[in-house]
Design a protein around this ligand. Structure first.
Ligand code: NAG
Ligand code: NAG
Ligand code: NAG
Length: 503
């Protein structure tokens, strides 16, 4: 694997070791073995300034390239990413603990897709303005101008994919970026920066800084930053947005969810069980759009629960993330394991939910890694803590609902929607008219019918309510990295003549 064992702040097109004496460090840990993988040098405030200066200097160079010139460089970067897919994916597996079967197929490829999508978008006129002829001698031109230097702050569940989703839109629109990966999963940062440099991105256009929330806060509040794109927890997101507001900076906030998956009474059993598994156990449950509140009709409960149970028993293969056939690795860190374990204990002992499937029979590959055995609770009610709060782990909560009587659908929709969060929602049904009605009445930004989780470059994604502001991807995603300019041009002399002339 080709990540550096000693990782430094990246600006001006290369890693920039700090003066030894002032350099604080932290380590990236492999969650499957608890062994350190690399030492990362925390970005000092002088280095943060230098990285932002580097981006400021690169901005006029990059933004004055034509859309086709920018697109060619981004397409080259996408080609390099695809060529090195396996190497980068292995590094992501080491850093996050996610199964290789996932990272190899998803993490790099879905990032490269977005680079290609926005390269083609800008090259084919996606950001073109328009001309309005006012009168024979005058016209109004409108432009989508880049905003300048943007801050990207990533999360630990999809490290390189998130870095690519943010930087693709940012760079394609002609901006420069200073990116901070999560301190829990930092290994991809300099790898991506070096690939951009190799593809021909001018030095300073994409820079990487390292550290925890303190470095993130200094980045967001820096006066030279024009826009902030953040992925992470709701509580951090609202602090970041408040700080950005002081400088009137634009924000894109991709935050958490506690999303409902509604299985309607007419759903196929296998279809329902497959969607429920995907919505809960992909990436060991560490997906922000996970559909963790699974509403199952009481009239169909037995067979649907049996189908879910069978898939848990035969289909979840917990193990060392690089091993063949493994589809569930450890969770990302020790602190996170303790949090998820705490919720499971609470679900059993305090909420007293029924345990439908208990993965504690799943053999652990070793004693050191941050393993959480998957679990499915049923007979859950809306007020239980495991139903209301963030868990972010392989924990499914089934909420049986009454599907008899006259107003069951109303009650169901109200319950599914009854959360401050509004990231995602899904429905499984053969009746598309009813499924669409349910989806249209749940306040959530990312919704699926008869599937879960797919998030292609073409699909704008972002949460409603406390789950976020703005979207990433799709045509809408890049607009957040632009601002509007209008120019009225007079082609005739004397447009302002006469008003202040002598009478
Ligand atoms: C969904 O919840 C929001 C508040 O979070 C509320 O304004 C809206 O009316 C609710 N919709 C339904 C159909 O319950
Ligand atoms: C630019 O105008 C569009 C509408 O055409 C609007 O949606 C967008 O928010 C504007 N951008 C900014 C930065 O104000
Ligand atoms: C059961 C579970 O882990 N659900 C989590 C899904 O992800 C969100 C964060 O985006 C958490 O709030 C949920 O707890």
């Amino acid at each position: 694997m080709t990540f550096a064992k000693d990782i430094h702040t990246f600006y001006d097109g290369q890693p920039q070791p700090a003066a030894e004496s002032s350099s604080a460090t932290f380590q990236s840990i492999d969650p499957a073995t608890a062994q350190p993988l690399a030492t990362i040098h925390t970005t000092s405030s002088a280095q943060l300034d230098a990285a932002i200066k580097s981006a400021q200097a690169a901005f006029p160079v990059w933004s004055s390239k034509t859309p086709v010139e920018r697109a060619n460089i981004l397409l080259k970067a996408a080609a390099i990413l695809r060529e090195r897919n396996d190497d980068i994916a292995k590094t992501e597996t080491l850093d996050t603990g996610k199964a290789w079967s996932e990272t190899q197929a998803v993490d790099v490829a879905t990032g490269a897709d977005v680079l290609e999508y926005y390269a083609h978008f800008v090259a084919s006129g996606g950001l073109d303005g328009k001309t309005t002829v006012l009168r024979p001698g005058a016209a109004v031109h409108t432009y989508k101008a880049p905003v300048g230097v943007c801050a990207g702050i990533g999360a630990w569940n999809y490290p390189i994919q998130i870095a690519l989703w943010k930087s693709a839109a940012c760079l394609a629109a002609g901006n420069a970026m200073v990116y901070k990966p999560s301190e829990v999963t930092p290994l991809h940062g300099n790898t991506l920066a070096a690939i951009y440099a190799e593809a021909g991105l001018p030095p300073g256009t994409f820079n990487v800084v390292y550290g925890d929330g303190k470095v993130g806060a200094a980045l967001v509040s820096h006066p030279a930053i024009a826009k902030v794109s953040f992925t992470g927890q709701v509580s951090t997101g609202s602090k970041v947005a408040a700080e950005a507001a002081k400088g009137m900076k634009g924000v894109t906030m991709e935050l958490g969810g506690k999303s409902p998956l509604v299985i309607l009474p007419d759903a196929d059993t296998d279809e329902a069980a497959d969607v429920a598994m995907m919505a809960n156990f992909y990436s060991s449950g560490q997906v922000c759009t996970n559909g963790t509140r699974v509403f199952v009709p009481k009239s169909r409960r037995g067979e649907i629960e049996r189908a879910i149970l069978a898939r848990c028993r035969d289909g979840i293969r917990l193990g060392m993330p690089m091993d063949d056939g493994v589809n569930m690795g450890p969770v990302v860190s020790k602190a996170h394991k303790e949090k998820v374990d705490g919720y499971i204990k609470h679900g059993k002992e305090v909420d007293r939910a029924t345990v439908l499937y208990d993965g504690s029979a799943q053999k652990l590959p070793n004693r050191e890694g941050y393993w959480v055995q998957p679990i499915v609770f049923t007979d859950c009610t809306d007020s239980m803590r495991i139903v209301k709060e963030e868990i972010f782990g392989p924990v499914m909560a089934i909420l049986p609902y009454d599907d008899s009587g006259s107003d069951w659908l109303e009650t169901l929709i109200a319950r599914a929607n009854d959360t401050e969060l509004g990231l995602a929602a899904g429905v499984v049904s053969n009746d598309l008219a009813r499924a669409s009605e349910v989806i249209s009445r749940i306040d959530a930004g990312i919704t699926w019918i008869n599937t879960w989780g797919e998030s292609p470059a073409e699909m704008p994604v972002g949460g409603w309510k406390m789950s976020g502001v703005g979207v990433e991807n799709g045509h809408e995603g890049i607009m957040a990295y632009t601002r509007n300019k209008s120019t009225l041009v007079s082609y005739e002399k004397g447009a302002c003549a006469g008003v202040f002339s002598k009478l």
